[in-house]
Design a protein around this ligand. Structure first.
Ligand code: XMP
Length: 518
């Protein structure tokens, strides 16, 4: 489904040069209620400008150096479009070279850096004369042509921190306004998007429900049915509700129990979905999944087996009803960008619900929320009448507890991870932290630790507790949970689960680690 349902909203086009903060720029723009789209610089040409009709263009940061011979570039015709442009970090340096300036290797500025505003401009409205910003660069803009003016400089190095063309709304900033470590960064983006580019802030979730429903209705034939697999999570629930509004009873909602669900999850999800009027077809495939996973220790193999079984089940359902012509999926924007992103990028994990599934099913694919971020999906859920507890439920991976069990999935490890995860969730909720963290769960592997329980020596499993903060799951930091909460979690896990002797807390960020262990 390649529709672009949001084109009546003013759009900011973000040219992606591979920077780790590109999604953050995009989300910051959307937080201003302005629609944004990310386009990889490789795929950018005039036809994209004609199609998207952006009101502003932002050039992202990136890991390369504009001094390299094959550095990522964009043609200089964009400077003549008459559209406001803002270059950030790499984008700032690229713009400088495009207008005839010079970029050199410098001493590097990393982290918090103080800058001084030298020339007052709309871009810096609401900024003091000196402010802290977040820098991450080694190249710097060494000189600018006479048609550009330096707006700000780093206090320590004197490097150009911001510039503007005299006769055009074209700007470069060396720092990252999109990160929270630039305290007035949001204000700068607001100045650029709303004041300089004049974008109208019409992008609100309650405004797009009807449009999404209409789009689904327009592509699904009048007697076609749409299959939608539900997990109980917010993405698939919202997807199903939109499809339901569009095609009514021609939605075939399915909830598969793969035997890898959390404690009490099957009953809870079924009840929630029924309350929302989704009445899913329930498939208990737990035996089938657990048998197929027996003896399999490799994480990627486990994921592929689970993905294949899901596909088989959907195929069986679709083969029983020839009017099922479509598969609705809760793919979100980061999945879309990541899966089509940098050519040759490594596959980190086979997220089965993104990779591959639909084509082999022979069904058309409907992805109503594919341009939305998680926080937008949550707001959309509220607009669709989904209760807050479901809209703000933590993400839970499609392959379920299998990705929280290191090595083979056994009944014993499944029991441990299920119980321990429940304890982690309960304690996080009790401490009022559930809504503050992205995910909180337990993991178990094969390693054992010698313990003393009731004066007797025992050998038990090690449970890893992982609690992370994240904005979109693409980067994450471990949550600084109070010691008392960690203490309660650890005590409960070792007291309530007989064969666990040690609890550890995972304190590695993403990157380098991923959030789920497998
Ligand atoms: P990782 O482990 O890749 O996870 O850092 C990032 C986010 O994605 C979730 N995740 C999945 N979600 N199917 C899903 O629907 C999957 O196969 C899958 N694997 C990881 C993970 O829980 C985290 O929020």
């Amino acid at each position: 489904m390649s529709w672009k349902p949001y084109r009546e909203h003013d759009t900011v086009l973000i040219l992606n040069f591979g920077g780790q903060y590109t999604h953050l720029i995009s989300r910051r723009v959307r937080e201003l209620n302005v629609y944004s789209e990310i386009v990889h610089y490789h795929q950018f040409d005039r036809s994209i400008v004609e199609e998207i009709k952006p009101k502003a263009i932002i050039l992202s940061g990136g890991p390369r150096s504009v001094c390299e011979p094959n550095a990522p570039r964009v043609d200089s015709w964009i400077l003549g479009l008459g559209i406001p442009i803002l270059g950030i970090c790499y984008g700032h340096q690229l713009l400088a070279t495009m207008i005839g300036g010079e970029v050199k290797r410098g001493v590097g500025e990393y982290g918090r850096t103080r800058i001084r505003i030298e020339v007052r401009d709309t871009l810096f409205e609401g900024w003091g004369d000196e402010e802290d910003v977040w820098m991450s660069h080694s190249d710097y803009v060494a000189s600018l042509p006479s048609n550009a003016v330096v707006l700000a400089r780093s206090c320590e190095t004197g490097y150009i921190a911001a510039f503007k063309l005299i006769d055009k709304p074209i700007y470069g900033v060396q720092f990252h306004p999109e990160v929270v470590h630039t305290p007035r960064g949001k204000k700068l983006l607001e100045n650029f998007v709303l004041k300089i580019a004049g974008c109208r802030p019409t992008w609100r979730m309650e405004n797009i429900v009807d449009k999404l429903v209409e789009e689904v209705r327009s592509i699904v034939g009048p007697s076609d049915k749409v299959l939608c697999a539900l997990s109980g999570g917010v993405d698939s629930t919202v997807t199903a509700l939109i499809v339901k509004r569009a095609v009514g009873d021609r939605l075939v909602a399915v909830f598969v129990d793969h035997g890898l669900l959390r404690e009490g999850e099957r009953e809870e999800v079924l009840e929630n979905l029924r309350k929302l009027g989704l009445n899913p077809l329930f498939v208990d495939a737990s035996k089938r999944f657990l048998e197929s996973l027996r003896g399999v220790a490799d994480p990627e193999e486990k994921r592929l087996i689970i993905g294949r079984l899901f596909a088989e089940i959907f195929k069986e359902i679709a083969s029983r009803d020839p009017s099922i012509k479509w598969l609705a999926q809760g793919t979100t924007y980061p999945d879309v960008i990541e899966s089509g992103a940098v050519p040759g990028a490594d596959r980190i994990k086979s997220h089965h619900n993104v990779a591959g599934l639909p084509r082999e099913l022979g069904l058309g694919v409907i992805e109503p929320i594919k341009y939305l971020y998680k926080d937008e999906v949550r707001k959309l859920a509220l607009a669709l009448g989904v209760p807050r507890e479901i809209a703000y439920r933590h993400p839970f991976p499609g392959p379920g507890l299998a990705v929280r069990i290191i090595g083979e999935v056994t009944e014993e490890k499944l029991f441990i991870v299920r119980r321990a995860s429940k304890i982690v969730e309960e304690e996080i909720k009790r401490a009022g932290l559930y809504d503050k963290v992205w995910q909180a769960f337990a993991v178990v592997g094969n390693d054992k630790w010698v313990g003393v329980k009731g004066d007797a020596r025992s050998l038990g499993y090690i449970v890893i507790v992982r609690i992370v903060e994240s904005e979109d799951g693409m980067t994450a930091d471990w949550a600084r949970v109070p010691y008392e909460v960690l203490d309660r979690i650890a005590r409960r896990i070792t007291n309530e689960i007989p064969n666990v002797t040690m609890v550890v807390y995972a304190i590695t960020t993403k990157p380098p680690a991923t959030i789920e262990p497998c």
